[in-house]
Design a binder for this molecule. Structure first.
Ligand code: SF4
Ligand code: SF4
Length: 77
């Protein structure tokens, strides 16, 4: 399967910059860029592929690269 450029890929044609994904991410991968004021996967390499952001995005505009293997899973719940 062809890899996407990042673990966390945001379609900015659809993103409304609502910030829900920033609050969803348990490890703070996605932040608001202080200069552009847009959400960005600033710490993309820390993504643990849990897909909470993808699940919670109301615009369905986050894609976690499906070709990546889930390496780290938080054991909550
Ligand atoms: S949840 Fe979706 S629409 Fe909202 S800021 Fe994140 S990527 Fe954009
Ligand atoms: S997949 Fe999980 S760890 Fe990665 S950015 Fe989304 S919420 Fe954060």
């Amino acid at each position: 399967m062809k890899s996407l450029p990042l673990n966390v890929n945001i379609d900015y044609d659809l993103c409304t910059n609502c910030g829900i994904c920033v609050r969803s991410c348990p490890v703070d991968v996605i932040r608001i860029n202080p200069e552009t004021k847009t959400v960005e996967p600033i710490y993309d390499m820390d993504c643990m592929l849990c897909k909470l952001c993808e699940h919670d995005c109301p615009e369905d505009c986050i894609v976690i690269d499906p070709s990546k293997q889930v390496a780290h899973v938080l054991s909550w719940g």
